[in-house]
Design a protein around this ligand. Sequence first.
Ligand code: PEP
Length: 253
Amino acid sequence: MRKSFIAGNWKMNTDVHSSVKLAEGVVSGCKDVAGSKVDVAVCPPFVYLQQVSKALQSSHIALGSQDIYFEQKGAFTGEISAAMLKDVGCAYALCGHSERRHVIGETDELINKKVHAAILGGLLPILCVGELLDERKANKTDEVVTRQMKKGLAGLIAEKMSAVTIAYEPVWAIGTGLTATPQQAQEVHALIRKLVAQMYDRKIADAIRIQYGGSVKPDNAGELMSQEDVDGLLVGGASLKTEDFVAIVKASV
Ligand code: PEP
């Protein structure tokens, strides 16, 4: 039985005050369910990680980063290492979010290095995969997701796979108000689980958690979560409103 896992990606939003307020709201709103019934994490901008970490202290809400760099230290201006993220209390690190793939230009090879660096540094990577609208229209969803999975996880041995979460986020559904239907989400989640079984084994495939992301809201969270292979949600816009994020967490229990 896979425990549900809901994560909020705050992207480039909030400020010192609002990030702390949002974190405090999530702590109090989720206190009856977080940890015991569902794993919950928030991913603030790097600069607010430390304040948010303090606001999450003694709660069951975990902290995640929106990105990570693969080198351990040195002359990499502007980048943040796994050790730095651990130092401020991160448990999770998003790797290969679609905005980093398509706005910043990250490649599968770079994302793979980030997944390895996260694990080496004791963090739990959330590897994001998903197709563009043109790719879906051209019936290339399976091909794209298969490539992103194989390249993103390349070189990762079976023993490390318990650290990994996959987030399936169709790019056409992110921040657009368009949501994949529960059936569309289920089809790709089933494909991802099948790929993990082929790349590793059935036991690892049955254990891995696969989140759905793309315009998740309180009113569609329950139906998405009712799908057999949807084990959690990666929430962007709706994670910026305490009551919406808390409602999504509660709809997932
Ligand atoms: C995301 O940022 O991962 C995301 C899914 O955003 P939104 O929920 O706003 O579509």
